[in-house]
Design a protein around this ligand. Structure first.
Ligand SMILES: C[S@@+](CC[C@H](N)C(=O)[O-])C[C@H]1O[C@@H](n2cnc3c(N)ncnc32)[C@H](O)[C@@H]1O
Length: 211
């Protein structure tokens, strides 16, 4: 079983996870004009903590993740009156064919650094937006020491990102109104004790269709 599927049953109870999603939701709320009729897609959503923290601000959400255990946990979490019409689906944003659907908002929290070709993933997210729709991705700032994942032997992802690279990838994906801001930090155990790892929120908008 993959690491995230194994972690899924206790994911929401782990220290800081729910609080982090809630504080990132506050940052997104302040950055974007969310509306209760927005259809949203969460990528690498795990149990859907971020989308669930925005439940009152959005319409229907499809929570997706590549790890089957996470999808099962999300499915269970969404069985609640607050999430009527929401779905949990297994979806690999990096490799699966793009769904025949479009969204007003595509969002993700701490998933991008697990992907290989990040520029391509951002391009795929942009293609899933309706004209005028928003992309909002939160991830770790670059840490040259790679301390966050030092204790994960099979980690093949990125040690965070430089904001100028993320900005360039958003622009290359055809997004406008690109903005990067600080989205709090993750406190994580390292060899030298607990450390705060800052996160960014990157937002961009697919240009509205010409009148
Ligand atoms: C650190 S967890 C974050 C989960 C959730 N966003 C949260 O903040 O609670 C990273 C998630 O990204 C998912 N993931 C990694 N690569 C993926 C891919 N190519 N497509 C979809 N999900 C992916 C993992 O399965 C995992 O659930």
């Amino acid at each position: 079983m993959d690491r995230f599927s194994e972690d899924a049953p206790t994911w929401d109870q782990r220290p800081g996870h729910t609080e982090r999603a809630r504080s990132v939701a506050d940052v997104i709320r302040a950055a974007l004009p969310l509306r209760a009729d927005m259809r949203a897609l969460e990528i690498g959503g795990g149990t859907g903590l971020l989308a669930r923290a925005l439940a009152g601000d959005l319409g229907r959400v499809v929570v997706t993740d590549v790890a089957p255990g996470m999808v099962a946990a999300a499915h269970q979490a969404l069985d609640d009156a607050r999430y009527v019409g929401w779905e949990a689906r297994r979806y690999d944003i990096e490799h699966d064919p793009l769904p025949d659907a479009s969204f007003d908002l595509v969002l993700g929290l701490l998933t991008l650094h697990h992907m290989d070709d990040v520029a391509s993933v951002i391009g795929r997210c942009a293609q899933l937006l309706r004209p005028g729709g928003y992309l909002a991705l939160v991830d770790l700032d670059h840490d040259p020491a790679g301390a966050f994942h030092a204790g994960v032997p099979d980690f093949h992802g990125h040690d965070g990102f430089r904001r100028e690279d993320v900005r360039a990838w958003f622009k290359a994906a055809g997004l406008v109104e690109v903005s990067l801001t600080t989205a709090g930090s993750v406190t994580h155990e390292t060899d030298g004790g607990p450390r705060d790892f800052p996160m960014f929120l990157a937002t961009g908008r697919r240009p509205a269709a010409a009148a």
